[in-house]
Design a protein around this ligand. Structure first.
Ligand code: SOE
Length: 392
């Protein structure tokens, strides 16, 4: 359905951890923000009829369906939200764009560079008909992250000299943590590299406005076999006695060089005991530094080297003021936001771009830029960490 104020009817495919996060966002966004088009949570799609029907009821979707191809072709669907494992992203996204549906796809955009290239080409072709495609790098929508980007663009830390970015989790640190699709290369493409390393590459691109041009990296798997899961919820599950192989990396460590010449050091790990969702970035510039840690997501640290040295120091900015990005729609200063708000802001920005007829970001070309880095890290790691320029 088209027309400036027409509702935006959404079909979402997949309803596990990310599907739950997206569901709440589709419901919450129009309640807290004025959206030019009101999202309608029309159809939830999954493989098992009984499970998807129960999930649709629980998560607030009007209908449940089991055949995504049928749903994507329906005239009464405007947008397809893809929350499935990476091995299906390309096929669904390309089919949806060809059917004239806007697409939101979870990160990483694809499992391979070739898939990501096809998706980006499909998105470029669809844009001519004002059909929009966006990748779900939600951390771009954390107010403190957005503030960091603004400060870099304003020149507050001068020229970017060095970036150090980490994404540390520990849900696989226990060798008995069971297998899931996220540990299967066929389904997930890679492990920590694509799952969370993708976020810090995108974050670096977003905050600095530059991109990685080449990398040298290593990938390590510390636990090669794990129990097969008997039950699962979110990232955690329990396994039985049967065991199966882990086919992805537990940790990815890589060095990259940005377009402006700055070196950037990246570390992604799902086995870093004690770190739950420590997505951190620190940028050292010629006039100061910025530091962010998602475990304290309402805070941005700024060191301004132009201040007199006797009193200079990292300033802890509580990013909860009404003039901070997104905040005026939420709570009074100091009341803070959480993980789910990034997803809500993602819906707001996507719906606004669709209604305005503009390209939402991160575009599939932005997703492709990240995918090129992931691909180069894999090639470098396979080649004894040789410095590897990105593929075209
Ligand atoms: C698991 O590592 C995970 O759920 C990622 O897949 C998400 O992108 C991240 O937001 C939280 O952690």
């Amino acid at each position: 359905m088209t027309g400036t104020n027409a509702p935006l009817r959404v079909a979402m495919i997949g309803y596990a951890f990310m599907g739950r996060a997206h569901s709440q966002a589709w419901h919450t966004a129009p309640r807290f923000f004025d959206l030019a088009r009101r999202p309608e949570t029309a159809v939830l799609v999954g493989r098992s009829s009984a499970s998807v029907t129960e999930a649709a009821h629980r998560l607030g979707w009007a209908e449940a369906a089991t055949d995504w191809r049928e749903v994507v072709a329906r005239d009464d669907i405007d947008l397809v939200d893809i929350c499935t494992p990476g091995d299906t992203h390309a096929e669904i996204a390309i089919a949806a764009l060809a059917a004239g549906k806007h697409v939101l796809v979870e990160k990483p955009m694809a499992n391979t560079l070739a898939e990501a290239e096809s998706m980006a080409a499909a998105a470029r072709a669809a844009a001519a008909a004002r059909v929009r495609a966006m990748v779900g790098f939600t951390y771009r929508r954390v107010p403190a992250v957005r503030l960091a980007r603004e400060l870099v663009a304003e020149g507050r830390i001068g020229e970017v000299r060095q970036v150090r970015a980490q994404y540390l989790q520990d849900w696989l640190a226990d060798a008995e943590a069971p297998l899931s699709w996220r540990l299967d290369k066929e389904k997930a493409g890679s492990g920590a590299l694509g799952d969370i390393g993708a976020h810090i590459v995108d974050l670096t691109h977003f905050i600095t406005g530059e991109t990685v041009t080449g990398v040298s990296g290593t990938l390590d798997t510390f636990v090669n076999e794990r129990p097969v899961a008997e039950s699962f919820s979110g990232l955690h599950g329990s396994g039985g006695t049967e065991r199966g192989p882990v086919t992805v990396d537990d940790a990815a460590v890589f060095f990259g060089r940005l377009t402006g010449g700055a070196p950037a050091v990246f570390e992604a790990s799902r086995v870093a005991w004690g770190r739950k969702n420590a997505m951190r970035i620190e940028i050292s510039g010629s006039l100061g530094s910025l530091a962010f840690d998602f475990e304290e997501m309402n805070v941005l640290h700024l060191f301004d080297a132009t201040e007199e040295s006797r009193t200079a120091g990292f300033r802890r900015i509580l990013v909860t003021e009404p003039d901070h990005p997104y905040i005026e729609h939420w709570w009074p200063a100091g009341h803070g936001l959480g993980y789910e708000h990034g997803f809500t802001h993602q819906v707001v920005d996507l719906v606004t771009a669709i209604a305005d007829g503009t390209q939402p970001e991160p575009s599939f070309d932005d997703g492709l830029a990240v995918q090129r880095v992931l691909d180069a890290v894999e090639r470098s790691a396979a080649n004894h960490s040789t410095y590897t320029p990105l593929g075209d």
